[in-house]
Design a protein around this ligand. Structure first.
Ligand code: KG4
Ligand code: ZN
Length: 334
């Protein structure tokens, strides 16, 4: 069978990324230009700045991805691009670049959901086994998704307020840590003790939904009350205790859902999947259940275009095509 080469483009937030993936599984090139340094001083992603950076970077990143691959446009079977969700102005840069490339080179175009991309980052490591449960934990999403076959997604649980990564970033800000705060909390947590009993939002007995805003408020109140009493809490202990609460809820619900749906594989995706505490706890708890667990390497956990090309390959093979009227959809559903 002929090999399939998909060009992936991702610009939904603050990374301009282009990649080429062979047969949906093999990374030929994977280039990511991060804008984190430009957003740091604002303590978060500034949409207008993100769009401007994408405009500046997209052609350079595209060129580098081709250079790294040794391929030319003739070798490409289709172009896959993140159409949503994300920042509309940022998404539009990628979508328009993809449309221009598809038109100029007469190649098919495929629109990809950003979360499907995060899920398919795992296929770059190992073949999926269905039914499969995906835990997606990123800056914008916290979801448990059941997949019975390629390209089919059933959301069985989601956050009712803040996403896990958002909670990490907000707590990091309270501790005066730079943006994005997740990796800093991760580092501090390893040095601290779980000495503060922060709440865990289990919600209803049978619910796989999540909620992290109560935990975030509990951390604010704890710091505020301590300050008023002149007590100094160790940031390491706050980080360790906060992280313990997040991990406990994420892992317990994932294990419960994996057992209930009798899945053959559990995969983890999104930026927070880079968290060392979460990875370690998932590994311990899933080794007890005997259900195979797959977590991508750090580079594939955060936003990249290889994951978009991998997910796009499934759509391409299914015959899904986008027209040149493809639009960015900031609130696209999975
Ligand atoms: O998937 P991602 O790169 O972008 C989105 O689609 O949101 O995720 C970014 C999020 C940020 O909130 C960041 O703080 C968090 O992932 N993150 C982490 C770690 N590395 C990144 N959170 C906890 N521990 C980490 N090691
Ligand atoms: Zn993401």
């Amino acid at each position: 069978m002929k090999d399939t080469y998909i060009l992936g483009i991702e610009t939904s937030c603050d990374e301009t990324a282009v990649a080429i993936v062979k047969n949906g599984r093999e990374i030929i090139s994977n280039v990511v230009a991060s804008q984190i340094e430009s957003h740091k001083r604002f303590g978060g992603v500034v949409p207008e700045i993100a769009s401007r950076h994408h405009v500046e970077q997209i052609t350079l990143v595209l060129e580098e991805a081709f250079q790294e691959s040794g391929l030319s446009f003739n070798d490409i079977d289709a172009i896959a691009v993140t159409e949503g969700p994300g920042l509309v102005g940022a998404l539009l840069i990628g979508v328009n670049a993809a449309k221009a490339l598809a038109f100029a080179n007469n190649k098919p175009l495929v629109g990809v959901h950003h979360i499907a991309g995060h899920i398919y980052a795992n296929q770059l490591m190992e073949e999926f086994q269905f039914p499969l449960l995906a835990l997606i934990v990123s800056g914008g999403h916290t979801e448990l998704v059941l997949m019975k076959e390629h390209g089919s997604y059933e959301v069985i649980g989601e956050t009712r307020d803040d996403a896990a990564g958002e909670a990490y970033d907000k707590v990091a800000r309270m501790l005066n840590l730079p943006y994005p705060g997740g990796p800093h909390i991760d580092r501090l947590a390893r040095e601290g003790e779980i000495s503060i009993d922060f709440p865990r939002a289990w919600l209803e007995e049978d619910s796989y939904d999540f909620s992290f805003s109560g935990l975030k408020s509990a951390v604010i109140n704890k710091i505020h009350n301590a300050n008023q009493k002149g007590i100094t809490l160790k940031p390491e202990d706050i980080a360790a205790s906060f992280q313990a609460s997040v991990i406990d809820v994420l892992v317990t619900k994932t294990v419960k859902a994996a057992k209930q749906y009798q899945v053959k594989q559990v995969i983890v995706a999104g930026g927070v999947a880079a968290n060392r505490g979460l990875r370690a706890e998932l590994e311990v708890r899933f080794s007890e259940t005997g259900i195979p667990l797959l977590i991508p390497p750090l580079k594939l956990c955060t936003d990249n275009a290889a994951m978009i090309a991998a997910a796009g390959t499934i759509d391409f093979e299914k015959g899904n095509r986008a027209g040149l009227d493809l639009n960015a959809n900031p609130s696209l559903l999975l």
